[in-house]
Design a protein around this ligand. Structure first.
Ligand code: PLP
Length: 435
């Protein structure tokens, strides 16, 4: 074996604490506001839909928060996840760059999302919650939460956007296999859903509508709370295990990354890989270039505005200070369903504002070229979302070739694409376009 390609940590190296970037921002993160009064939201308001222990985490600026043992025991089913060096991709690109990727696709649900689903299910169980309600678009989040709820003995109700429910039956079946109940949204289970169906019986649904149904279900039911798979501070916090492991694994590889890349939908997998490196940057003056990659047709950071906006379409959530395309923006139906969100995690937006990270946007045809090049060299079929990060990593490596200099590139491969083959079909048969 000439070049080592796989850097793994033993189970004992699974992180013992989550890292909270809120502790290290040079300016405090602007708080969420009550849309009626424009005053900061009180913890009491948030406990209408979230358990107190998670509200406390959401508002915490403690630097490290201990990961409870029952959470670590479940994470240990697939963590620490491997770090790999993409030597075959490097050779195909004929680049002096070294390309590393952290692979989160080996979790039971096939993405990074169980990292927070397990934590959220645990804290709800502790708080006496009996059932969690949530929404899901393409189904990555719904399947992760269904899995986590089953392991902690909670019931789980998922409102899945109706078009996805019919076009992508496999994720719905995963949720049902893990014991969740799944409803195509808009549904006749909520007043909001019935109202929409009365005016438009064939409504295809949207993430905004599904959020409204899940929140209504939560506030009108006993012992039921709501769970969100991205955007919020506590979700970014739970994902920090990715970056904490990657720091140790880069040391095992004997290299320091020059560039760290992640895709951004709501911002959580990017936060997960990048925030612990941002801590190193702030504390030890490291000069990492940190890049968030978004789809060019839903480019909240590169084309949106940084301002207070609603997290959902129906204006039911608090106002969040974030990069946004406007809560009425309906993203085109690109194949990277997980990146179709009008806003951005406030913590990611704040990091960009403070100059700690940059953002770039990519069109989906370029993204799928990168996905196929990656699959044909490294083997893993990536999900369309992290293929945005792959495209940016490839471009960095090509630039290294042109400038004749070596850089160490690290990206987060946050999910596999085995349930996204219809999108590969569209690309391979030449039907995929940029509009
Ligand atoms: C949900 C999802 C995303 C987008 O969410 P982030 O919070 O931005 O990470 C990206 N990739 C995959 C595989 C997902 O499931």
């Amino acid at each position: 074996m000439s070049t080592p390609v796989r850097f793994t940590l033993p189970e004992s190296e699974l992180p013992r604490a989550w890292y909270n970037l809120q502790a290290d921002f040079s300016e405090p993160l602007p708080p969420p506001l009550n849309p009626g009064t424009r005053e900061p939201v009180s913890p009491e308001m948030m406990t209408a839909i979230f358990p107190e222990n998670l509200v406390e985490q959401e508002m915490s600026s403690e630097r490290y928060i201990e990961i409870p043992d029952p959470v670590r025991e479940i994470l240990a089913l697939w963590r620490p996840t491997p770090l790999l060096r993409a030597v075959r991709l490097e050779r195909a690109l004929n680049t002096p760059a070294h390309i590393y990727y952290k692979y989160e696709g080996g979790s039971p649900a096939g993405s990074h999302k169980p990292n927070t689903a397990v934590a959220q299910a645990f804290y709800n169980k502790e708080a006496g919650t009996k059932r969690l309600a949530t929404e899901t678009g393409a189904g990555q989040w719904g399947s992760s939460l269904a899995f986590a709820c089953k392991l902690f003995g909670l019931e789980c109700t998922v409102y899945m956007v109706k078009v996805s429910f019919h076009h992508k039956p496999y994720r719905g079946l995963m949720m049902q296999s893990w014991g969740a109940e799944v409803f195509a949204s808009p549904s006749d289970r909520t007043e909001y859903g019935r109202k929409v169906l009365a005016t438009d019986p064939d409504c295809p649904g949207s993430l905004g509508m599904a959020i409204s149904e899940a929140v209504e279900d939560t506030v009108t039911s006993k012992n039921t709370k709501y769970a969100l798979g991205s955007v919020l501070n506590h979700v970014c916090l739970h994902q920090s295990v990715i970056g904490e492991e990657a720091i140790k694994q880069m040391q095992l590889a004997g290299e320091e990354p020059d560039v760290i890349i992640g895709c951004i939908g709501g911002g959580s997998n990017f936060a997960g890989v990048a925030f612990p490196f941002i801590r190193e940057k702030l504390k030890h003056g490291r000069k990492y270039k940190i890049v968030a990659v978004e789809p060019s047709v839903c480019a909240s950071v590169t084309q949106g505005e940084l301002k207070y906006d609603f997290g959902d379409t129906a204006e039911m959530t608090p106002l969040l200070m974030m990069h946004t395309l406007g809560h009425g923006f309906i993203p085109p139906k690109i194949h990277a369903g997980g990146l179709r969100y009008h806003g951005m995690a406030p913590m990611v937006s704040h990091a960009v504002k403070l100059g700690l990270a940059d953002a770039v946007a990519y069109p989906q045809t370029r993204v799928f070229q990168a996905a196929v090049q990656f699959a044909r060299t490294e083997g893993i079929l990536p999900a369309p979302e992290p293929s945005h990060a792959i495209a940016a990593a490839i471009d960095e490596a090509i630039q290294c070739r042109e400038e004749g200099r070596k850089k160490v590139i690290l990206f987060n491969l946050c999910g596999h694409g085995m349930l996204d083959l219809a999108s590969y079909d569209a690309f391979l048969s030449g039907k995929l376009t940029d509009d």
